[in-house]
Design a protein around this ligand. Structure first.
Ligand code: B12
Length: 273
């Protein structure tokens, strides 16, 4: 009932994502999570998203990494969808942290430390999901020049991986020329651009549309998202799809994945330069 892999010595090994998938599908609660190499999580005391929100704000502001990790991981292991945890708990917590910073209640260092904590948690969450197979559709993405916001692109990577994509975030503050080079080199099925801050609107729109023209012959779909993409700016951009939340990205990832041909033959033709 649980998928195993065989070691070189012939033993069967259970991998963490398979155990978690099994427990979730069968409705088992995880009690001694340390046995699985996870922190001490207690699924018996399940938090609602509402409670988690306020607890996470407090944990992040005080720099309590253990509690922050516990809150997020317990939610992930319960029935909540990862996209909702990102939209309704993590993003919400950061919006509050931003307001607290704006009103002088939270120091800059507390805000930055909170970001560092959440990035580390998201990297840890990768181990909860199966490593996508070589045949899975490929997605790459990041944020453009001048945009320093790490969380949205890291979240996008995680949501896509959870949904079976071979997704890799290239990072933040990337010039369009370099993003085009990445698409030319890797031929992804999907490219996501996360835009939380735009330095110069005109320059951004020109750079983005040139990027789209440059990658058009490759057939990569270009998905954009982020709070800096107002209706007015989007009117001038030639993207394939716009998502304003991780839940929309998940829906897009699932629908588009079904549309992308996954047969090895097709993949070998689409991935060759
Ligand atoms: C952390 C933070 C920073 C950090 C970021 C560090 C890091 N490593 O990422 C740093 C230090 C860089 C920073 C700097 C500044 N910041 Co700041 N920052 C924030 C803060 C608190 C959190 C941002 C964040 O990560 N949120 C979490 C993400 C996940 O939430 P989100 O962006 O809303 O994303 C959700 C959706 O929009 C969507 N989405 C977003 N992107 C994408 C992409 C895709 C592909 C998809 C599908 C979906 C999607 O899904 C997400 C989940 O729901 C915000 C508060 C806020 N309201 O956001 C202020 C905030 C954005 N910052 C602000 C300010 C003023 C600044 C500074 C000017 C401060 C200064 N004086 O230096 C600088 C400017 C830097 C710049 N060039 O923009 C203001 C902006 C005000 C405004 N209206 O412009 C805010 C709103 C704080 C406030 N309340 O005043 N900041």
């Amino acid at each position: 009932m649980i998928h195993t892999v065989k070691t070189a010595g012939g033993h069967r090994r259970l991998l963490l994502p398979d155990v978690l998938e099994f427990a979730k599908a069968q409705g088992y609660k995880l009690i001694e999570t340390e046995i699985l190499g996870l922190p001490n999580l207690n699924q018996a005391n399940e938090r609602s998203l509402e409670v988690a929100k306020s607890e996470l704000i407090e944990a992040l502001v005080t720099g309590n990494e253990t509690l922050s990790r516990q809150i997020v991981m317990e939610l992930v292991l319960s029935d909540h969808r990862l996209c909702d945890i990102c939209d309704e708990v993590i993003a919400y917590a950061f919006h509050q942290v931003g307001d607290l910073w704006d009103s002088g209640t939270v120091e800059v260092y507390q805000e930055r430390r909170a970001c560092e904590i959440v990035v580390r948690i998201m990297h840890k969450l990768r181990q909860f999901y199966k490593t996508p197979s070589e045949l899975a559709p490929l997605a790459i993405g990041g944020s453009p020049s001048g945009d320093p916001y790490t969380l949205p692109t890291t979240m996008s990577e995680l949501i896509l991986r959870e949904n079976g994509w071979r997704a890799t975030s290239l990072g933040i503050n990337l010039p369009f020329d370099s993003l085009s080079a990445a698409v030319r080199d890797q031929h992804p099925h999907l490219f996501w651009l996360s835009v939380s801050f735009i330095e110069d609107e005109e320059e951004f729109i020109t750079g983005f549309n040139e990027f789209v023209d440059a990658v058009k012959p490759i057939g990569t779909a270009v998905l954009v998202g982020g709070k800096a993409l107002t209706d007015q700016i989007r009117k001038h951009m030639n993207f394939t799809s716009f998502c304003d939340r991780m839940r929309n990205l998940e829906e897009f990832a699932q629908t588009f994945r079904r549309d992308v041909s996954l047969s090895p033959t097709d993949l070998s033709t689409t991935t060759k330069p």
